[in-house]
Design a protein around this ligand. Structure first.
Ligand code: 13P
Ligand code: SF4
Length: 319
């Protein structure tokens, strides 16, 4: 009990310091929905990957503190070369981004020179620099639909999102064989069993999940899409297949509704799925990052210039 009180006191002190520093340094804190609740509460803006990129593109702050993973902070830096972009833990990576090494991807696209390359934002700056257009889970279908029907397409790095886009648009695409370890971990058997126990619940999922999971979902969408669905749909109970950080915003938005995290294959302490990379950021690391203005994100200018083109195409199409 005493330990909890000490922790709470320390958190309050850290929050006060962060508030003082962000004003003093004209910093903005952008956080993804998968961050710890305390970080989401502290952020100036919480959103999905598209919303965060749009915020990064319009902010007037001098420093962008990105409470998310490396590719997100890197995207903010590509958009804002003159601003300082900092990330609480520089090791906060992404299994999906890691599944697409630039040298192998180059060979893949060189083997299909007539294909246009549509790339999910969850990838490195080098991969973005080799792409024609970037997408996120909230605009992927719209972006593919905007491309000429006879244009052959490569879609990378998430094969699950790629298959979902193919199903929604009826278009064929060459897919890179990458996945997100968090969304891959959901168990269809456990989800179906849980749904039987809660027949009044709606099952909803993020498109990074396996097709056998998406096939049984009543709604598929980005983190923002899932939150809006829970808010706007008349159902009172939802089983949600995405990273557990989203539960904080959902329960805040609809405290009268029951939100149940979808079970993963392996049993873990929270009976849900957490992204170890997202959870590397802590309140203490966030405070130290703002205080020391480090770790800072850098992108080589020749890569940044190329990576900006497909990001801007996406931002333009998402207005
Ligand atoms: P969105 O928030 O864009 O749905 O992306 C989810 C994700 O996996 C971020 O890493
Ligand atoms: Fe990457 Fe998956 Fe974590 Fe998102 S949830 S950051 S896609 S590993």
């Amino acid at each position: 009990m005493e330990q909890v009180a000490t922790r709470a006191k320390k958190d309050i002190e850290l929050i006060e310091e962060v508030n003082r520093l962000r004003k003093e340094k004209n910093a903005v804190i952008l956080a993804h929905y998968y961050q710890e609740a305390v970080i989401q509460e502290l952020a100036d803006f919480v959103g999905d990957s598209l919303g965060l990129s749009q915020q990064a593109a319009t902010t007037e702050a001098d420093i962008i503190l990105f409470a998310g993973v490396h590719f997100m902070a890197e995207t903010a830096k590509i958009i804002n070369p003159s601003k300082k972009v900092i990330l609480p833990d520089v090791n906060a990576g992404c299994s999906l981004a890691d599944s697409c090494p630039p040298d192998e991807f180059k060979k893949f696209i060189d083997a299909h020179p007539d294909h246009m390359v549509i790339t999910y934002i969850n990838c490195s700056a080098e991969i973005k620099a080799m792409s024609d257009i970037i997408c996120t889970s909230s605009n992927a279908v719209k972006i593919v639909e905007s491309l000429p029907k006879d244009q052959p397409l490569i879609c990378a790095p998430d094969k699950n999102l790629g298959k979902y886009i193919m199903k929604q648009t009826g278009r064929d695409m060459l897919l890179w064989d990458g996945t997100c370890m968090v969304h891959e971990a959901f168990s269809i058997d456990k989800i179906l069993k849980l749904h039987k126990e809660h027949p009044d619940a709606q099952f909803i999922a993020h498109p990074e999940s396996d097709p056998n999971i998406l096939n049984v979902a009543s709604y598929v969408g980005s983190t923002t899409g899932l939150i809006n669905h829970v808010k706007n749909n008349p159902a009172n109970k939802f089983i949600v297949a995405t990273e557990a950080g989203i539960l904080h915003e959902m329960r805040k938005e609809v405290p009268h509704k029951t939100i149940i995290p979808a079970p993963a294959e392996e049993n873990n302490s929270c009976a849900c799925s957490e992204c170890g990379f997202m959870k590397m950021n802590t309140l203490e690391k966030l405070y130290l990052c703002l205080k020391n203005e480090s770790p800072e994100i850098h992108v080589a200018e020749h890569i940044r210039e190329k990576a900006l083109i497909p990001i801007n195409r996406m931002l333009e199409l998402s207005k």
